[in-house]
Design a protein around this ligand. Structure first.
Ligand code: AMP
Ligand code: GLY
Length: 429
């Protein structure tokens, strides 16, 4: 079987790496891929946002399955375009991808189907005064302001004072994030522990895949600005079997049923960002319509069963009759190595050495994200550059292996957090 993977990050490298092991996969094509993926697949230089060129590529290649990694092409309707030419796609239609593409849509959807989430209201560009008045209805800071549309992970602002929140309302409704923020959601700040839960869906049925936890802040101890994610681990202790069952019953199944009822059947992976506390149980922070990055890396690293049958069933139906993915390695950790300056403008072009040695450490896989090839060298070419991933029978061993590999990599211009998985480790202590 021939698979086309759309995207160029560590998430897509992890998917290619896992699918390469499937006995049914004969060829993988990636668009555009990266130097790590190039070791497993043929990379075609077509950007993940270039819908027309991706459709042409798919017409030419005729893959048996297309897996769309990032949210932007999904929200732009790539899955619809491919289904229209009878190519099976793992990923939701544009109408279903609204769950991530519009915060306002997702909040209204959750309200309609009584899916637990933070209290909210939506505001349009001319409603700054109403938005500021709505701040009064909360106990006090922090306030949660969300740009309606996609803003490359930067569209959520959590001001610590009312004055800051008011200024931010003016900035966002004034177009701080372009068209993405001329419509705004303001919602209640939820306390608790965050976790990421992944379920696979074929439009009718949803089955659980796995849970993970991410570290969004750039600095040790969860300090500094938010990033796309500086590291992840799976399983997440807070998402034990009982909690996963609650998330399926209270959130995932009602979501898939509601989307079907609304004529927006959801196909692909549903990534639910959760806030969990004793009082409220699991509540939705946000939906994403794709695998998390770097959560995908730890889930693929742990997964022992071949995911291909389920991924195909998500695309073509029949997920309920598919064998469950249930064999996993015990623990996986992924440490993100980023270029100096990230999450601001990262320095590019520095040479990364010793990747091979790092990859020889037992249980370690180094996934590439923002790398490029220059002659024979691998160079840094983005913010998040490498995802140093390790599996092991215990979480502590996985962490130790991952950092051993980080230390083996010779890249003085890169940095990483040194405390990935601290929350889960402190529970064990
Ligand atoms: P999002 O892009 O919606 O995931 O938001 C980015 C981050 O902001 C989340 O991962 C949370 O850490 C935080 N966040 C978003 N919404 C809330 C909320 N209602 N209460 C507390 N934290 C939130
Ligand atoms: N790591 C969080 C995300 O992929 O959105």
């Amino acid at each position: 079987m021939k698979i086309l993977i759309v995207g160029s990050g560590g998430r897509e490298h992890a998917l290619a790496w896992r699918l390469k092991q499937s006995p049914r996969v004969t060829e993988i094509v990636a668009a555009p891929g990266n130097p790590g993926i190039a070791a497993l697949a043929r990379c075609e230089n077509v950007a993940a946002e270039n819908i027309e060129a991706l459709v042409s590529l798919a017409r030419l290649e005729r893959p048996h399955l297309v897996i769309i990694g990032p949210e932007v092409p999904l929200v732009m309707g790539l899955a619809d375009r491919l289904r229209a030419i009878d190519i099976p796609v793992f990923g939701p239609s544009a109408r279903a991808a609204m769950l991530e593409g519009s915060k306002g849509f997702s909040k209204d959807f959750m309200a309609k189907y009584s899916i637990p989430t933070a209290r909210y209201r939506r505001f349009e560009a001319h409603q700054a005064a109403e938005a500021k008045a709505y701040l009064e209805t909360f106990d006090g800071p922090p306030y949660v302001l969300k740009a309606d549309g996609l803003a490359a992970g930067k569209g959520v602002v959590i001001p610590e004072t009312k004055a800051e929140a008011e200024a931010e309302i003016d900035a966002m409704l004034g177009g701080k994030f372009g068209a993405a923020s001329t419509s705004l959601v303001i919602e209640e700040f939820m306390h608790g522990e965050e976790a990421s839960f992944f379920a696979l869906c074929d439009g009718e049925t949803a089955v659980p895949l796995a849970g993970a936890q991410d570290h969004k802040r750039v600095g040790d101890g969860d300090t500094g600005p938010n990033t796309g994610g500086m590291g992840a681990y799976s399983p997440a202790p807070i998402l034990d079997a009982a909690m996963q069952k609650r998330v399926m019953n209270e959130i995932v199944t009602p979501t898939v049923n509601g989307m079907k009822k609304d004529g927006r059947p959801y196909r692909g992976v549903l990534f639910v960002g959760l806030m969990i506390d004793q009082k409220h149980g699991p509540r939705v922070v946000e939906y994403n319509v794709r695998f998390g990055d770097p959560e995908c890396q730890v889930i693929m690293a742990r997964l022992k069963d071949d995911p291909l049958p389920q991924l195909l069933a998500c695309a073509t139906g029949g997920l309920a009759g598919c064998a469950r993915l249930e064999r996993f390695d015990d623990h996986a950790v992924s440490v993100v190595m980023a270029g100096a300056g990230y999450p601001g403008e990262p320095k590019k072009g520095s040479v990364i050495r010793n990747l091979e040695d790092a990859g020889k450490i037992p249980g370690v896989i180094v996934f590439h994200a923002g790398t490029a090839k220059k002659g024979d060298d691998i160079i840094a070419n983005g913010g998040r550059v490498l995802n140093v991933t390790a599996t092991a029978p215990t979480l502590q061993q996985a962490v130790t292996r991952a950092y051993e590999a980080v230390d083996a990599i010779d890249w003085p211009e890169g940095f990483c957090r040194r405390d990935i998985a601290w929350r889960a480790l402190s529970r064990e202590a």
